[in-house]
Design a binder for this molecule. Structure first.
Ligand SMILES: Cc1cc2nc3c(=O)[nH]c(=O)nc-3n(C[C@H](O)[C@H](O)[C@H](O)COP(=O)(O)OP(=O)(O)OC[C@H]3O[C@@H](n4cnc5c(N)ncnc54)[C@H](O)[C@@H]3O)c2cc1C
Length: 393
């Protein structure tokens, strides 16, 4: 039997960070992970450069049944605390856009920093370790694993969500929650591309590779970023963002002329160059290939501007300002960046992340029903929730 003060299950962002923090307090800590290689998501994140936090991170950037839950952890360990650590390690970074901070070189810098933090503090990591049973004892927990039996006072579950099963994702954390009587909010894929119904896909697949500036809206939320047509459907930051707010069967509205008034543009073009074709004028604002496909797809005729009545130009403008699309679905957990839902926050202490009714059992990171927008928020939640648990576990 191996005896530890703290066992962390899951050597991802939250688990490694929590382990290092707990070990800094003099606790004996080990991290168990079933994967062969750890830190897969960190290495893949941000296109290999890890968008490790966001300068503007606050509770408004998170989805949860209880939107207040994340406030405490986010304020106790902020984005600036993490930026301070990154700077201490001499990791060069930059703001890409909208407060998103990325490594200049590689996501490896962040993973190496976490491993170094664990190593310096004396937290050990065991990989390829399957946990087969967890039992609660009066003074802690007993774990049966493929690498022997463990005993610990505090057990931290940091096994993440269901997205990207290829990288080791599993429902383990939800099962542990249920074993100990905690409820789990229904899970679904978030930050994920949309798939399209055949009638849309057969036309829009030809636009694969084209990206447009847009405002995507659904359920009273909107995001102003790019959308990207792909051969499978629709992706790009605005689509990934809105996907977390979308429910099957709903339409998403895209304003494809988000920074101006297309009707006004078209009416002044009509005065200045009445013989110009509609497509020629639109091609000043959109890629030509998009205009050629979009006009018939949106049910619009291409003719000289002088042939349009005022009302008809308004209809053209509306078609671009208010493109309604009903996605067929999403690409699901296979490509989703996050999992919405998870361990019910009502049963956790927002200050420590410990289960209110199970002394010594903690849940941190993505396994919890707290999900960030795209833009470094999910890692910040991993750091903040991991840090607060690390001060207590
Ligand atoms: C492709 C991609 C890119 C992303 N880019 C960004 C980004 O740039 N910025 C950002 O903020 N967020 C990004 N995210 C989201 C971010 O990676 C996650 O929110 C974050 O990693 C969650 O951290 P975590 O520690 O809770 O879980 P994870 O990082 O998923 O770690 C969970 C760990 O638990 C282990 N585990 C699972 N089941 C078991 C089990 N049964 N037994 C033992 N171990 C188990 C896994 O092997 C894994 O090591 C991205 C996600 C993906 C998929």
């Amino acid at each position: 039997m191996i005896n530890k003060d703290v066992i962390v299950v899951g050597a991802g962002a939250a688990g490694l960070f929590c382990a290092a923090e707990a070990a800094k307090r003099g606790r004996s800590v080990t991290v168990l992970d079933h994967a062969k290689r750890i830190g897969g998501k960190i290495l893949m994140s941000g296109g290999g450069r890890c968008n490790f936090t966001n300068m503007y991170a606050s509770a408004e950037n998170f989805l949860s049944d209880n939107p207040h839950f994340c406030k405490s952890a986010l304020s106790r360990y902020t984005q600036w605390d993490f930026v301070g650590l990154v700077s201490e390690y001499g990791i060069a970074y930059h703001e890409k856009t909208l407060g998103q901070l990325f490594c200049d070189n590689s996501a490896k810098d962040i993973l190496n920093m976490l491993l170094k933090e664990c190593d310096k503090a004396g937290a050990t990591i065991t990989t390829q370790c399957e946990i087969t049973a967890i039992t609660k004892r009066d003074d802690g927990f007993e774990l049966e694993t493929s690498k022997g039996s463990y005993q610990c006072e505090s057990l931290v579950i940091a096994t993440g969500g269901l997205s990207m099963p290829k990288l080791g994702a599993s429902p383990f954390g939800y099962k542990v929650a249920e074993q100990f009587g905690l409820s789990v909010k229904p899970t679904r894929a978030g930050l994920v591309p949309f798939t399209l119904h055949e009638q849309d896909k057969s036309v829009l697949a030809d636009l694969s590779g084209i990206s447009l500036d847009a405002r995507a809206s659904c359920n009273d939320t909107n995001f102003n970023e790019n959308i990207l047509f792909t051969h499978r459907g629709l992706s790009g930051p605005a689509v990934l963002q809105i996907s977390s707010f979308w429910h099957p069967g709903q339409a998403v509205e895209f304003d494809l002329f988000p920074h101006g008034d297309l009707h006004q543009e078209l009416t002044s073009a009509q005065v200045q160059s009445p013989d110009s074709q509609l497509a020629t004028v639109l091609a000043k604002h959109y890629p030509k290939r998009y205009v050629q496909t979009a006009l018939p797809y949106l049910g619009l005729e291409n003719k000289p501007l002088k042939q349009y009545q005022g009302k008809q130009l308004q209809q053209v403008a509306d078609a671009f300002h208010q493109w309604q699309l009903k996605p067929n679905g999403t690409e699901g957990y296979r490509t989703a960046e996050v999992t919405l839902g998870g361990v019910d926050t009502n049963q956790l202490s927002s200050k420590t992340m410990m289960a209110k009714d199970v002394e010594g059992l903690y849940f941190i990171g993505e396994v919890v029903d707290v999900t960030g927008w795209l833009g470094g928020y999910n890692f910040q939640w991993a750091w903040s929730s991991g840090w607060v648990a690390g001060q207590e576990a």
